[in-house]
Design a protein. Structure first.
Length: 134
């Protein structure tokens, strides 16, 4: 009987040690914005960056789960919207053609409760440069 009690207590204790999954964003906060391609020859006119892959990775998340990434893509208007929980995020971008073998300066954004942070992903301001050759 003592052995059965010990096993029951151990199961209860171990069940409480597991990580709880992060709360699913409720849609009231996050990041939204527009993506712009490199400036052309016509001043003031900018083409929208359609199909850009965008990622959001929480900085200093309480679970230390750095594999947790939220993904989206810019739509036909070059716009995107990513629902996120409040916190600080690193925004990453990927375009297999335009950004191939390139590195960029990171974008960081703070998401406040009940608000969407506005972001402009502008190719000309990403500090795009070639990767060093090995």
């Amino acid at each position: 009987m003592k052995r059965l009690s010990f096993v029951a207590v151990a199961v209860v204790l171990l069940a409480g040690c597991g990580k709880r999954p992060p709360a699913t964003p409720d849609g009231s906060s996050g990041v939204r914005g527009v993506c712009l391609l490199p400036a052309g020859d016509t001043p003031g006119e900018r083409e929208r960056w359609v199909g850009l892959q965008i990622t959001a990775r929480e900085v200093n998340n309480p679970d230390a789960d750095h594999e947790r990434v939220t993904r989206a893509a810019s739509d036909e208007r070059g716009e995107f919207r990513i629902p996120l929980n409040p916190g600080e995020y690193i925004i990453g971008v990927h375009d297999p053609e335009l950004l191939r073998n390139k590195m960029l300066s990171p974008l960081t954004v703070r998401v406040e409760p009940g608000r969407f942070a506005e972001v402009v992903i502008d190719y000309d301001k990403l500090n795009v440069r070639d990767l060093p050759r090995r």
